[in-house]
Design a protein around this ligand. Structure first.
Ligand code: GLC
Ligand code: GLC
Length: 811
C-alpha cells in the first residue's frame, strides 16, 4: 500500500494520507538554522546545535508518536481543523503534504475553505518562514479565526526536559505588536533570543501554555481555540508558548496571504537592552522586514529552488528506471546534504539531545556530499581533524556549537582515525585542491598544537600500525565501526555502558574490519604520498599495508570467509567454529574491497558466503546466525533480540560495502540486486511493512531472523545515505573522481543497454553516454571524448565551463 507518490518534476514526495505508518519527515534549512517537519506539522527548530540552541520544544517517544510542532488551528463557524491534519485530527476534505528540497508544503481544505502552509528557511537566514494562504472557495462570505501555536524550548533541550525545579520558574517573554519574543535567560548570560511574528495586525495572542491549552486538555482542543478568543496571556515561568490570533474575513473566491516567521537573533552584549528589562528588538525587526511581503518570500523560495537546481545539477542520470533516477538525481543526494548538516545529532529517533557530530560518521557523510559544496566539506574536514590527538586517536564525537571534542564520550574507537583518509582523499579527488594538506590544523582544538593536515593523515595511518595485537591485526579499542562489538568491555551490571566500560587490561581484542579498512585506506594513503612527491613515506607505508595483507591471509581467513575478530581471550569471532555469529558482513565488505587474497579466490568465496548466509529478501543481514543469548565477551551486540540492529539486522550502512566488493569481481547483476533491495524508492509499494519514508534510507531493516522481517526503523540520519550514493555512482555506474580526471569503470546489470550521466567535475561538464551493446557487466572497449578515442579509462580535465561528450562502449 502507498501513502502518496513521487512528483519528480517538482522533486517532491506527495503524501496524500496523513496516517502514514510512521511520521514521514523532512528537514528545512541548509546552514546554521534548521527545522524538522513531519507530514502532520510535528517537529522542532534549532540554531546550529539541536541540544544547546533549541528554539521549540519537542517530546520524544510520545503517545501518540510525534506530538508537538508548529501548528495552526482554523476555526470556521463551528468547525475547527488543522491544515496538516494534526493536532485537531478531524477528517479533511483534502489533505496533501509535499516534502521538497528544504521545504514542506501542506494543503488542507474543509467546507470550501482552503489553507496552504509553506514552510522553509531562506538561504543564509536564521528564521523559518511559514507562508499561510487562506482561500474561500465557497459562494458565501466566510469569517474565520486563525490561531498559530508553537511551544518554546528553554534553549538547552536536555535540561529543558529534566531540570523542572529550575525551568518552571525561568521562562520570560515580551509581546510587542504582532511579535512574541522569547527572552528566557536573556538577562543573564545569553546574548540571544527567539521570536515568532506575523506580518499583519493581530486580534490577540497567548504566551502562557496553560492559559492557551487548559491544564487538562490536549493539543487537539485548546481552551482558547474552543472558546474562539485568545486571552492575551503573558507567561511568567511555567511553559512559555507563542500563539497569534487573527480574525479573517474572506469574500467568495477571495484569497489572503500571511507571513509568519520563527526567528533567532544574537545581539552584542553592549546592545542587549532597549531600556531596563526591554530587549533590543532591532535585529528581529530587520529580519521581519526582510520578508514581510509575499513577493519577498516568493523570491526567497525561488532562490532556494535555484540553489537546489545547482546542487543537484552536478550529478544526474538517465537510466531508464524512474526509481533509480529519482534516488540518484534527487533524494539520495538530498539525504546526503541532510546527513552532512546533522551528522547523527537531530531527528525524531536519535532524539537531538544525546549526540553531536561523530568523527567516523561525519567523515563518511562527506563522500556523498563533497561534490555538492566542496568548500563546506573542506571546513568540515578541518573541524573533524581538530578533534584528533597527536597519536592519531580522536574524540568519537564533537558538539557542532563549540566544535570541541565531547569528553563524556571520549575516544578509543580504533576505526575512527582511518575515516579521515577517506574524507580527505575524496575531497582532493573532487576538487584537485591539494592545499588542504598544508593547512595547519590543531590537535585537541589547541591552536598551539597545530600541524599540517598531512601530518594528521599520517597520524591516522600510524595509529593502526602502532596498535596491533597478538596476530599483528589491528586492536579494536572500544569498538570498530560496529559500535556494539565491544570486545574489551565486559559488563554484568545493567547500569553500566557497554562502550565506556573498557575494563579488560591491555585490551587485546583485534578487528578484521579495521584490517580491511586499513588496507583500503592505507593504499589510498600510499597513492596520495606518491602523488605529492613523498616517495620515502609511500615506500615505508606500503610495507605496513603489505604486512597487514599477510596478517589477514595468515590469521583472518576462516576457510570460506574472513573472520570478524579475535576476542579478548584470543578466540575467533565470526568463524564456522562459533555456535552463533558464524559470519559477519563488515569484514567481508572491507576485505573484499581491499581485494585481500583475490588471487587465491578469497574475495569470490567470501562474497559467495555473503550471498548464501547473509542475504535475504530485504537486504543483507549483519551477522548470521544472530545471537540468541548474552555473550559477555562480545558486549552490546548480543543484547539485541535476534534480527534487530547490530544483531542480525539489515544495517543498511554496510550493504554498499558488499555492493562495492561485488564490483571488484565484475558481478554487476549481484551488486545491483543488493542495491535495489534497500533503495527506498524501490520499496514504495511495501510502505505498510517498511513503515519509514519511501524517499530516504533508514539505518536498519529487521533481518531474516527477526520477528517481523522487512520492518524498518531510524530513517534519515545514517551513513547509509552517503555509502549508497557512493556505491551506485562510483562503483556500479562507475564514474569516479580521480586526482587527474574522471575514471570510468561501470559494473552494471548485464541486461542494461547502458545509461547516461551528466557530471559536473572541476567546472567541466561531462555528458557521459555508456553503451552496452554486448550486454556484459564490466569492461570497456573504447572511450571517445568529443568524438576522439582515448587510450585510458581516465577522462582528463577538459576545458572548463564547457560541455564535453564522452561516449563509452562496453565490451
Ligand atoms: C533545588 C536544589 C537544591 C538547592 C535549592 C536552592 O531545590 O535541588 O539543591 O538547594 O534548589 O537553590
Ligand atoms: C550508528 C552509529 C555509527 C556506527 C553504526 C554501527 O549508525 O552512528 O557510528 O558505525 O551505528 O554500529
Amino acid at each position: 500500500m502507498k501513502y502518496g507518490h513521487f512528483d519528480d518534476e517538482n522533486r517532491e514526495y506527495v503524501i496524500t494520507n496523513p496516517k502514514t505508518p510512521y511520521p514521514w519527515i523532512n528537514y528545512l534549512g541548509n546552514e546554521d538554522f534548521f527545522s524538522l517537519t513531519s507530514n502532520t506539522g510535528g517537529g522542532y527548530t534549532f540554531y546550529k546545535d539541536a541540544k544547546f540552541r533549541r528554539l521549540t520544544r519537542y517530546r520524544y517517544n510520545n503517545i501518540p508518536v510525534d506530538n508537538g510542532g508548529k501548528y495552526f488551528y482554523v476555526k470556521d463557524g463551528d468547525t475547527t481543523w488543522s491544515p496538516g491534519w494534526k493536532p485537531v485530527k478531524i477528517e479533511l476534505d483534502h489533505y496533501e503534504c509535499r516534502h521538497g528540497m528544504s521545504y514542506t508544503k501542506f494543503r488542507g481544505s474543509k467546507n470550501k475553505l482552503e489553507v496552504e502552509v509553506l514552510q522553509f528557511i531562506p538561504l543564509s537566514f536564521w528564521g523559518e518562514i511559514q507562508k499561510v494562504k487562506v482561500k474561500n472557495a465557497s459562494p458565501d462570505i466566510k469569517k474565520i479565526k486563525l490561531f498559530s501555536f508553537i511551544e518554546w524550548c528553554l534553549w538547552n533541550a536536555e535540561d529543558d526536559m529534566t531540570n523542572f525545579q529550575r525551568n518552571f520558574s525561568t521562562g520570560e517573554v515580551e509581546v510587542k505588536d504582532s511579535v512574541i519574543y522569547h527572552k528566557t535567560e536573556f538577562k543573564e548570560r545569553r546574548n540571544h533570543y527567539a521570536f515568532y511574528s506575523v506580518n499583519s495586525p493581530i486580534d490577540g495572542y497567548d504566551t502562557d501554555r496553560e492559559t492557551f491549552i487548559g491544564l487538562y486538555n490536549d493539543l487537539d482542543s485548546p481552551d482558547v481555540v474552543s472558546q474562539g478568543q485568545s486571552k492575551n496571556s503573558v507567561a511568567h515561568g511555567w511553559s512559555p508558548i507563542a500563539s497569534h490570533y487573527l480574525e479573517i474575513e474572506l469574500e467568495p473566491g477571495e484569497e489572503k496571504e500571511l507571513i509568519f516567521m520563527l526567528g533567532y537573533v544574537e545581539v552584542e552584549k553592549v546592545n542587549k537592552w532597549e531600556s531596563k528589562s526591554v530587549i533590543n528588538k532591532q535585529p528581529a525587526q530587520d529580519m521581519i522586514s526582510a520578508y514581510d511581503t509575499a513577493d519577498k518570500v516568493d523570491k526567497a523560495f525561488e532562490d532556494l529552488r535555484t540553489y537546489w537546481d545547482n546542487l543537484l545539477g552536478k550529478i544526474s542520470i538517465e537510466s531508464g528506471d524512474a526509481r533509480l533516477d529519482r534516488m540518484v538525481n534527487i533524494w539520495n543526494q538530498y539525504q546526503c546534504m541532510v546527513t552532512f548538516n546533522m551528522s547523527r545529532s537531530a531527528s525524531f529517533f536519535e532524539s537531538g539531545i544525546g549526540r553531536g557530530m561523530g568523527f567516523r560518521d561525519s567523515n563518511q557523510d562527506l563522500i556523498g556530499f563533497v561534490h555538492q559544496i566542496p568548500e563546506r566539506a573542506r571546513e568540515r574536514i578541518y573541524d573533524i581533524a581538530s578533534t584528533q590527538f597527536e597519536d592519531g586517536s580522536c574524540y568519537h564525537q564533537y558538539q557542532p556549537l563549540t566544535k570541541k571534542g565531547n569528553a563524556a564520550v571520549g575516544g578509543n574507537f580504533n576505526d575512527d582515525p582511518l575515516w579521515l583518509i577517506l574524507s580527505t582523499t575524496a575531497y582532493i579527488k573532487e576538487t584537485g585542491d591539494f592545499s588542504l594538506l598544508d593547512e595547519m590544523v590543531p590537535f585537541d582544538n589547541d591552536p598551539a598544537r597545530s600541524k599540517s593536515h598531512f601530518e594528521h593523515l599520517k597520524a591516522s595511518f600510524y595509529h593502526v600500525v602502532n596498535n596491533l595485537g597478538p596476530h599483528k591485526l589491528p586492536l579494536i579499542g572500544r569498538a570498530d565501526w560496529n559500535d556494539c562489538l565491544n570486545l574489551n568491555c565486559f559488563s554484568e551490571d545493567p547500569n553500566e555502558s557497554f562502550q565506556t566500560t573498557e575494563n579488560q587490561k591491555g585490551g587485546t581484542a583485534e578487528s578484521l574490519m579495521i584490517a580491511g579498512l586499513f588496507v583500503v585506506y592505507g593504499k589510498e594513503y600510499v597513492k596520495l604520498c606518491k602523488r605529492v612527491g613523498k616517495k620515502k613515506e609511500a615506500k615505508k607505508a606500503q610495507v605496513h599495508v603489505d604486512d597487514m595483507i599477510e596478517a589477514v591471509k595468515a590469521h583472518g581467513w576462516d576457510g570460506d570467509w574472513y573472520l570478524r575478530a579475535y576476542d579478548y581471550f584470543g578466540n575467533k569471532v565470526g568463524s564456522s567454529e562459533n555456535e552463533e555469529g558464524k559470519i559477519f558482513i563488515e569484514s567481508q565488505g572491507w576485505c573484499t574491497m581491499a581485494e585481500i587474497g583475490k588471487e587465491d579466490g578469497m574475495v569470490e568465496k567470501s562474497l559467495n558466503a555473503v550471498k548464501e548466509y547473509l542475504d535475504c529478501d530485504y537486504g543483507i543481514v549483519l551477522n548470521y546466525p544472530a545471537f540468541t543469548k548474552y555473550y559477555i565477551e562480545y558486549g552490546e551486540i548480543s543484547t539485541y533480540p535476534a534480527g534487530y540492529k547490530e544483531n542480525g539486522g539489515i544495517f543498511c550502512h554496510n550493504n554498499p560495502w558488499i555492493m562495492i566488493g561485488e564490483t571488484m569481481l565484475g558481478r554487476g547483476d549481484q551488486a545491483y540486486d543488493y542495491y535495489t533491495k534497500i533503495a527506498p524508492s524501490f520499496l514504495e509499494d511495501l510502505s505498510e511493512l517498511h513503515k519509514v519514508e519511501p524517499y530516504v534510507y533508514c539505518q536498519m531493516i529487521a533481518g531474516k531472523e527477526a520477528h517481523k522481517p522487512g520492518e524498518a526503523k531510524n530513517s534519515w540520519l545514517s551513513g547509509t545515505a552517503s555509502w549508497n550514493f557512493y556505491a551506485i555512482t562510483q562503483y556500479i555506474l562507475g564514474i569516479s573522481p580521480e586526482y587527474d580526471g574522471l575514471a570510468i569503470n561501470p559494473c552494471i546489470p548485464s541486461k542494461w543497454d547502458g545509461f547516461k550521466m551528466k557530471r559536473v567535475f572541476r567546472d567541466v561538464t561531462y555528458n557521459i553516454h555508456v553503451k552496452n551493446p554486448e550486454h556484459i557487466s564490466k569492461g570497456i572497449k573504447k572511450i571517445l571524448v568529443n568524438g576522439i578515442a582515448i587510450n585510458s579509462n581516465i577522462v582528463p580535465i577538459l576545458e572548463k565551463g564547457k560541455e564535453h561528450s564522452v561516449e563509452v562502449i562496453m565490451g
